[in-house]
Design a protein around this ligand. Structure first.
Ligand SMILES: Cc1cc2nc3c(=O)[nH]c(=O)nc-3n(C[C@H](O)[C@H](O)[C@H](O)COP(=O)(O)OP(=O)(O)OC[C@H]3O[C@@H](n4cnc5c(N)ncnc54)[C@H](O)[C@@H]3O)c2cc1C
Length: 491
């Protein structure tokens, strides 16, 4: 199904085709009790293409729909930070599902030796399984493993991209090659499709069958909706404390997760900051960008909704275009790279000119070197780099311009290019709320030359674009940014 489809009047409805991948080509099970939507990376009810596909299938065969979300202690970099984000956001998902009459359940597996077969039992009773297509954070890998294990069809649907990813079947080589293709398909892809709930609810018997298959309790979101915020916060904190995850990476309580907060963030950005996005977005201390990357990463907001809001605003065209270019071109370039490139996060995936320049400069002496531990603790001699690392550790993001510098310096300091690559992924994905994303891959691989051209031939850098923190003061107020993240009381 990953092929290009001609545009016609039914294109919007048919966006489901180029968004859908048949994971295991197995048969549907006519005696299945329900259609299952396994919610992984698109953690929302609105504008969710996988959910939409599941509703259609359920209606077509007259079966009820079950939405299952699970959280395991085994995902990459599982920590209090990510668990807090996911669990709090799920309150919005449960509320929105309830409002639309969907059967939604969330199962938290606290310890590695807790029951790990819940999903398999739900799938064993399913007509077919829909899930989200998402190349990073282990999502696609988990999906394909499920596809092998279960005895019914598993379909993965892309709800992350604005332009259905199946319409771009090859790896694009640069922003300039993907930009015109996306631009051509943008407006039709942004059209809203009317939403509706499934026609058929679970009967009492089917609900019992579902409870029997699940065997463990789902989280009590309905009961929590009646309780005061402090009590719910305490209950969620207690659940997290019981999980076998990394408790050293703390939640970012200043960033409210979930669909409601994401919509408010978008609204605030569009009205307060979009109008001067072009001139102020690189001023790291002002933090003038949208702050939507964690929302987009977890699927708490649809990228299409973000772009529609920007296009509908009164902000100057240049600001709107610059912002839309980030959300559409750069973000979907990263998705395209990850979907279409085997081993997309390995040095070996980078173009030949980068392989050659790295081979030629592999033995160049690194004048300053730091260990991964020193980088993690922000203990370098570079005040700007330390400030960026502290922002990452405390806030769970780094301002984009500082993030480019942050990534580039590690190339100078790590003993090898492979160490630089591995350390950047480790630091980014461990702490960033938007980490483990196709954009994490795009950003880090860009530092290592991806989508760029050769910039000459300098020691260590070879042909890679050199970026030095010492020159950053030409771009933004470094002193103010460093003072903001000076480290007092941060750890
Ligand atoms: C080393 C490095 C690592 C990065 N790691 C991540 C990551 O883990 N997750 C992540 O989402 N982004 C990552 N980026 C890209 C970029 O830094 C962030 O997307 C951006 O800073 C998020 O802030 P914002 O939402 O306020 O951005 P805005 O400027 O408001 O942009 C809006 C949206 O556009 C997209 N976008 C913006 N800049 C880029 C970009 N350069 N590439 C791709 N998409 C972009 C993002 O989805 C972003 O949320 C990384 C960049 C570098 C150089």
């Amino acid at each position: 199904m990953d092929s290009v489809h001609a545009l016609d009047s039914d294109y919007v409805r048919d966006q489901l085709v180029p968004r859908t991948t048949d994971v295991n080509q197995k048969r549907t099970r006519p005696d299945g009790a329900w259609v299952l939507y396994w919610m992984q990376s698109t953690q929302r009810i609105e504008e969710n293409w996988a959910l939409r596909a599941a509703i259609r299938a359920a209606d077509k065969v007259g079966k009820p729909l079950v939405i299952h979300q699970g959280l395991d202690p085994t995902y990459p970099h599982a920590s209090d930070r990510h668990h807090h984000h996911i669990l709090h956001a799920a309150r919005d998902t449960a509320r929105d599902a309830d409002a639309r009459g969907f059967a939604y359940q969330f199962v938290l597996r606290r310890r590695r030796d807790d029951d790990r077969r819940v999903l398999d039992r739900l799938a064993a009773d399913a007509y077919c399984v829909f899930t989200d297509r998402f190349p990073t954070a282990g999502v696609d890998a988990r999906t394909w493993r499920l596809g092998e294990r279960v005895d019914c069809r598993v379909l993965a649907v892309d709800s992350s991209c604005i332009v259905p990813s199946g319409l771009l079947p090859k790896a694009e080589w640069a922003a300039r090659t993907i930009r015109p293709k996306l631009a051509k398909l943008r407006d039709v892809s942004l059209e809203r499709v009317e939403e509706r709930g499934p026609r058929r609810a679970l009967t009492r018997d089917e609900q019992q069958r579902l409870d029997d298959a699940r065997r463990v309790d789902a989280l009590p979101f309905r009961a929590w909706a009646e309780r005061d915020a402090d009590a719910v916060n305490r209950a969620i904190a207690q659940h997290i404390a019981e999980c076998e995850i990394d408790h050293r990476v703390a939640p970012v309580t200043s960033f409210v997760p979930g669909a409601t907060a994401a919509a408010a963030r978008l609204d605030e950005f569009v009205h307060a900051r979009l109008a001067s996005y072009t001139t102020r977005r690189n001023e790291a201390a002002d933090d003038w960008t949208s702050h939507l990357s964690p929302d987009l990463h977890y699927g708490h907001i649809a990228a299409a909704a973000v772009v529609r809001a920007a296009l509908a605003s009164d902000a100057p065209r240049a600001d709107v275009d610059a912002f839309v270019d980030q959300v559409l071109t750069w973000r979907e370039l990263s998705y395209n790279w990850c979907l279409r490139t085997p081993r997309f996060d390995a040095l070996s995936a980078l173009p030949d000119w980068i392989q050659r320049t790295m081979a030629a400069h592999a033995a160049d002496p690194r004048e300053e070197t730091y260990t991964l531990e020193a980088l993690d603790q922000a203990e370098t001699d570079d005040a700007l780099w330390n400030a960026a690392q502290r922002q990452l550790v405390q806030q769970g993001v780094i301002h984009n311009y500082a993030r480019m510098l942050w990534g580039k310096q590690v190339i100078r300091w790590a003993p090898t290019y492979e160490d630089a690559r591995a350390w950047l992924f480790h630091l980014n994905d461990r702490y960033a709320l938007d980490g483990r994303d196709p954009n994490s891959v795009g950003g880090i691989m860009w530092c290592l030359g991806l989508w760029d051209r050769s910039w000459g031939n300098k020691p260590i850098w070879g042909g890679l674009r050199p970026m030095l923190t010492s020159r950053a003061k030409l771009k933004f107020d470094v002193g103010r940014y460093v003072r903001q993240w000076s480290g007092r009381g941060l750890r």
